[in-house]
Design a protein around this ligand. Structure first.
Ligand SMILES: [Zn+2]
Length: 143
């Protein structure tokens, strides 16, 4: 049983795990348009510091497809696939746009959400608007 699971894991992407990893990353804009710095929670053995990667989007010509590049080792072997760092940037952008983002391995899974869908390298991302924030009471009034 265990072997079958391993084979399935190799064959299928697990966007939920990638998203969980992506949420642990910090994302920063850089002075280069479309280039983001992603700080991973993984400690670099040589420097003893959190590992940084540069992630950039490159032209797609379509709103429904996006392609990204990341400088991580995994991506050097799988340049057309999504890594946690690429997803970290897209999560950050979704949050900045006040949207929730979910990731799916298959087109059919994404379709079932009936949401705006973008194929990002080999995963499908769906977006939905966050509810309007509730009005907050004036914190200064407590004084
Ligand atoms: Zn990466």
């Amino acid at each position: 049983m265990h072997d079958i699971e391993t084979v399935q894991q190799l064959m299928q992407r697990h966007p939920d795990k990638l998203i969980a990893k992506a949420k642990q990353c910090d994302v920063y804009v850089t002075t280069h348009f479309g280039v983001f710095e992603v700080v991973s929670p993984t400690i670099d053995r040589d420097t003893g510091e959190r590992t940084k990667y540069y992630v950039r989007q490159y032209t797609t010509g379509s709103e429904k497809v996006s392609h990204w590049r990341c400088g991580c080792k995994w991506c050097s072997y799988h340049p057309t696939k999504t890594c946690a760092h690429k997803l970290a940037v897209q999560l950050w952008l979704a949050e900045a746009g006040n949207q929730y983002m979910s990731a799916w391995a298959g087109k059919e899974d994404a379709k079932r959400q009936h949401r705006r869908t973008v194929r990002s390298d080999d995963v499908y991302l769906t977006y939905r608007n966050r509810p309007e924030p509730a009005p907050v009471s004036n914190p200064i009034a407590a004084d």
